[in-house]
Every structure is written in C-alpha cells, then in structure tokens.
Write a protein that binds this ligand. Structure first.
Ligand code: ADP
Length: 259
C-alpha cells in the first residue's frame, strides 16, 4: 500500500479581505486514516476543504496530493477524490439516478460500472424506490444519501466529507459509519469535517481541532484526552477552545423566558 502522505498542507494561509481565516495550517495525512476535522463555526474548516479540493485558489502556501504539488490548472488529482459538500447544492430537477449518472460521467466512470454501482449503493441506502423520482420531491436525508452515493461512485482514494450526516436517520448514520471504517481499512483516506463530536469521537483515528484558523490539537482521541482534564470530545473541545459559557448562556435564555 502507498504509505507516503496522500495529503500535505504546508503553511496554508487564507484571507477573504479582512483578517486571516487560516493562519498557517500544516498537515500531513497518511493513507488509511480517518481524520476528524473539528472546530467551532467559522473556524476555517470549509475553507480548508475548498482549498484542498481546488475550489479556492487565492491562498498562500503549498499543497501536495499523492506527492504532487497541486496548481491552479491541475484537475487530474480530483478524479481520485470524492466530496460531500456541506448543505449540498444539488440539481433538484434531476432524478436521483440522473444526478449520480451526471457526477459519474464527470468522473469518467465507465457506463456499465456506473449503473451497477449506483444500483447497489441505492439499494444499500434504501433509495431504490425513489431513484427515478425528482430530487425536488426528496426529504433532506434522501438528498444527503444521493450526495453520499455520488461522492463514492468513482471509488475515490480520498473522501472529503463536510458535515455528511445532515438529515440522516440513526440507521443510515450507522451504515455510513461502518462504510467509512471499512473504506479506511482498504487504504482510503477519509477527511471528515463536523461539529458532531460524538460521531467524530467514534470513527476518527486522528482528530484535528481547529479554531480561529489555527490547529489547536492534533492526535488520537486518547492523546487529546491526556492533553485535557476533560472526558468526552465535546468537553475536550470546550476546554481547548476556552469555551465554558454554555451554563451561563442557557441560564440567561431560561431567565429571559420566565420574565
Ligand atoms: P467553518 O467551516 O469552520 O464554519 P469557514 O471556513 O466556512 O468556517 O469560514 C471561516 C471564516 O471565513 C468565517 O469567519 C467566515 O465568515 C469567513 N468566510 C468564509 N467564506 C467566506 C467568503 N466567501 N467571503 C468572506 N468570508 C468568508
């Protein structure tokens, strides 16, 4: 198995016009790892992902994917990446099958393989009955399933997930977690960004905590636990980001409602 880092970020800085939203991100990720990329809203998670995927160009620093520096006009590396975007924009006029066919064609998945894979994945996610209905008629969870199937359809080496569980029911979450664990065992690299700590805690081999555009902690859940006096990932997160206001904020809300 390829054992060099599949993703390298070196001193990545990003500025949208105000303060830096990424302040020098350094990361090396080996194949077969499930990375949990967590941080409060506005920490810079989605910006990191968009830079990694070549969707934002005007950053500083260097990125290597599979040992190759990526540059503005590079597209080949993208064929090895699957991506579930946050709050995914999706063409609602298409049927589930048409959307997956469209994505599969962009990734140049051969037609017979595309059909077979999508039928099996639709069945695994309980989507067969709705596969030929327009996406506009789907629930949030069903749309999310179509995005997940599309992200896997090219059998990518790197799977980038930005809040992938949005709207999924508990059984689908269990199926998806199991799929990710097994894909990682096959050597696929999973970059999983979320603020849902309980899921990140359970599936990630390595947790990277980002706040204000800086990495505050990077290690296994056990290592992060040692760094912090707190127990669950949620508490470690509050501890490392210096957030302890939840009790006071909740009290204010309750008090305001009583008045
Ligand atoms: P996260 O995914 O961790 O919630 P983001 O990467 O989306 O964080 O955002 C990081 C910061 O960059 C936030 O302060 C956000 O307001 C800002 N930001 C994100 N996208 C843009 C944009 N297109 N233009 C200006 N500011 C942006």
């Amino acid at each position: 198995m390829y054992d060099e880092p599949v993703i390298k970020l070196h001193n990545i800085r990003m500025n949208y016009g105000g303060d830096d939203v990424l302040k020098g991100i350094d990361l090396e990720i080996k194949p077969g790892q499930i990375i949990g990329y967590i941080g409060p809203n506005g920490a810079g998670k989605t910006t990191t992902i968009k830079i990694l995927l070549g969707m934002i160009y005007n950053y500083e620093g260097e990125i290597e994917i599979f040992g190759e520096k990526i540059s503005r006009d590079e597209i080949d590396y993208k064929k090895k990446i699957g991506y579930v975007p946050e709050g995914g924009e999706i063409y609602e006029n298409l049927t589930g099958w048409e959307y997956i066919e469209f994505i599969g064609e962009i990734y140049e998945v051969p037609a017979a393989k595309l059909k077979l894979r999508s039928e099996i994945l639709a069945d695994c996610f309980g989507m067969t009955g709705a596969f030929n209905d327009r996406i506009s008629s789907y629930s949030k969870g069903m749309k999310q399933k179509i995005l997940i199937i599309s992200a896997l359809i090219n059998n990518p080496e790197i799977i980038v997930l930005d809040e992938p569980l949005n709207g999924l029911d508990a059984n689908s979450v269990m199926v998806f977690k199991e799929i990710l664990t097994k894909l990682a065992r096959e050597g696929k690299t999973i970059f999983y960004s979320s603020h849902l700590m309980d899921v990140v805690e359970k599936i990630s081999d390595r947790i990277i905590l980002i706040a204000n555009g800086e990495i505050l902690a990077d290690g296994t859940f056990a290592e992060l636990k040692m760094k912090s006096k707190e127990g669950t990932l949620e508490k470690i997160f509050n501890d490392l980001t210096g957030f302890h206001e939840q009790g006071k904020i909740a009290d204010r809300v309750i008090a305001a409602l009583r008045d």
